[in-house]
Design a protein around this ligand. Structure first.
Ligand code: ADP
Length: 164
């Protein structure tokens, strides 16, 4: 069975993430979307909120081979613990590349059995990021086309409230 892990902050999950999840779910027998507590980034949504968003968005899409988990530790350690050998990451512009390249090498150094597979963004999501959603949402502008429909109201409400 081909098992892959798609790790990220998902703060919050966007249509760009969903596009990667949908495509990766067709490439592997099982995909785990791993919501990671990133010590280098202060998150707007709690780990539980982010995981709940991912879970509901995946369910709404009817992707039955995709599950969601949360982790507060090294991704490579998680990958090993579930017996996976593939990490999925998305690539937007060249600016993503350097960081992703370093991370892929670091993960393989920690756990030699892991390979990272990169999926190139779909054109319409090239400029879409969680940061953009947070920025747009904090000013009360429409984010409905940027995040999964079932979450839009909840995400918009929180962004308006916290203003970050
Ligand atoms: P991280 O903090 O780990 O980078 P993110 O939630 O920002 O977590 O992103 C998770 C992964 O999804 C990263 O590999 C990122 O490049 C990818 N990603 C984010 N937005 C898009 C998008 N619009 N199209 C393709 N990949 C994306």
């Amino acid at each position: 069975m081909k098992l892959a892990v798609y790790p990220g902050s998902f703060d919050p999950i966007t249509m760009g993430h969903m596009d990667i999840i949908r495509r990766a779910s067709g490439m592997f027998d099982r995909l785990i979307v791993l919501v990671v507590a990133n010590i280098n980034k202060r998150s707007t949504f709690t780990l539980e909120e982010r995981a709940s968003h991912v879970r509901r968005a995946v369910e709404a899409e009817g992707l039955s081979n995709v599950s969601t988990d949360v982790y507060d530790g090294l991704v490579a350690g998680y990958v090993r613990s579930v017996g996976a050998t593939t990490l999925v990451r998305g690539l937007r512009a060249v600016s993503d590349f350097e960081n992703e390249f370093q991370m892929a090498l670091a993960n393989r150094q920690i756990y030699g059995g892991v390979d990272t597979v990169f999926l190139v963004t779909s054109m319409e999501y090239m400029y879409l990021s969680s940061t953009a959603v947070r920025e747009i949402g904090r000013y009360g502008a429409d984010i409905r086309h940027l995040v999964p429909a079932c979450l839009a109201e909840e995400i918009a409400d929180k962004l308006l409230k916290v203003g970050v």
